[in-house]
Design a protein around this ligand. Sequence first.
Ligand SMILES: Nc1ncnc2c1ncn2[C@@H]1O[C@H](COP(=O)(O)OP(=O)(O)O)[C@@H](O)[C@H]1O
Ligand SMILES: [Mg+2]
Length: 598
Amino acid sequence: MLKIFGFLKKLFVNNSFVINYRRMWPYVKPYWFRALLSVLVAIPIGSMDAVIALALRPYMDLVMVEKSLASSWYIPIVIVVFTCIQGALTYASEYLNTWVGTKITNRLKYDLYKKMLSYDTDYFTKTNSGDVLFTFNNNADMACSGLLNNLKSFVEKVFRSIALVGVLFYNSWQLALVCSFVLFGALLPMTSLRRKLNGVFSQNILADSALLTMYNETYAGNRTISAYNLEDYQQNKFKHLLHNVFIIRLKMLQKTRWLTPVMHIISSVGIGLSIWFGSHLILSGQITSGAFVSFLTALIMLYQPIKGLGNTYNSVLMSFLAIERVFDIFATVPKILNIKNPKPFDSTFKTIQLKDLYFEYDAGVPVLKDINLTVNRGETLALVGNSGGGKTTVVNLLPRFYDATSGGVYVDDINIKEFDLHSLRQNIAVVFQDNFLFSGTIRENILLGNENATEEEIQNAVKMAYLDDFIAGLKHGLDTRIGERGMMLSGGQRQRVAIARAFLKNAPILILDEATSALDNKSEAVVQKAIENLMQDKTVFVIAHRLSTIRNATKIAVINEGRIVEEGTHSQLLKNECGAYKMLYDMQFKSKEQNEQS
Ligand SMILES: Nc1ncnc2c1ncn2[C@@H]1O[C@H](COP(=O)(O)OP(=O)(O)O)[C@@H](O)[C@H]1O
Ligand SMILES: [Mg+2]
């Protein structure tokens, strides 16, 4: 008894169909009526095939056997009329399906995209672009296409089969019993499929997303590929990936596509048996030849939906796996989150402090150790030190790209985790070494700093960023398109667009992470002037390789291997003859300074 109950529960409650459809319900709900309609329409469409098979019986018996013309006119009409109705319904069903399907897919994609925006720096650092594309786009497509389309075609095929089986029984119950038995056997192999699919399906996704990443890298890295003659190397890598896809596709085929031929063979056994048995029944006068022809037609027509059921079942399973992946994404919680009841950031703050701060990207590998720093409002803190020492990591903690492992960043003694994330980031402007510009115009990119800026504010930002001469020389001025990632601009121009953007943002805290390091001397000088404008009246964290920026800083902290090894003003630090700053100064800044003077 318990066993039966368990089985029923498994069948109706814990069944993956039920679970997955229940998960998708919030997406179907707003359109449930149309969705239901589109599935219900499949029932008459499926059933109507039976009419043709059914009509053959009176036709055979009356016209062919009894040589009567009575039914010869209405049977063709019935067939044509029913086919017309079926056609109209098919169109209606496709229309409904596309309407509902696209709505559902779009809602799901929209939510997934929102989720993607909530992910933190860590996720994007560790995940390939191909994986991201696949996870957020392709999965949603697969999940939804399976949901309605396959359900519809599943329902259609089931009802087509039921109606045709009805015709079988109507014509001869003995023959029908034999065939049903065989056909039921044909459906059995479907049950073992799901388990087998799971593993290959994940492999398939990995292989496909590796391809996507490769396209993306080739696009983004095309200059490096040309410069290093990497064409052959990339080509080989790509070939290897394609081969991988090939192997996995074949594996998928081996695991799934045996289903169709097996069902095929079983069905043909059914047809063979019924011809053999049917001949006996006709000859012994138990059924009419019309009944037998109608029976055989129905049986042959049955073949199509039953064969198709296997494939549809495959796609349904695939979409279930996609749904599972989609909901795994929804279930993940980003690490950087607002606390409950966060405070708004107070932009009239007095001090920013890093207290006893430790940080690790990967557990067990400390990157920052025991960092203590205080910066007062309006001061400039310069971070210097060997490459890889942890300077960028320090400034990444301010806008909470990452959170400290222990200790933390405090603004007027409030841990920044207590601030509303949006409000915190609203108060920080960042200029990186390589700033991301979006495809679009210069104006659009600058306006990202403050979408409500007036024309006057834009012009001022352009002037302060030393972009005015450049823009005046452009045919379309501020509305010049700059290509994906701003590729149509020079490095210095890109930096200045980013600086103008930061100007418009007008945030009290400014982070400059090697904003001029990637530039040649000439464009560096202009960008430097723009940066000096930007630094006015701001609390600045600056990582720079130029002495002029560092020399004027209120305070300089030297970071080596994740620790602050020295702290003070330029002149204080230079006095320590064997200090870390003196060494850096002799190695980097002094020669640079001589260059600048010459
Ligand atoms: N996303 C990351 N995951 C793991 N390690 C990282 C990551 N980013 C940087 N690191 C490591 O952290 C250390 C400090 O890097 P970084 O702060 O960029 O140095 P700097 O800016 O001083 O050159 C380096 O050893 C670097 O390899
Ligand atoms: Mg750095």
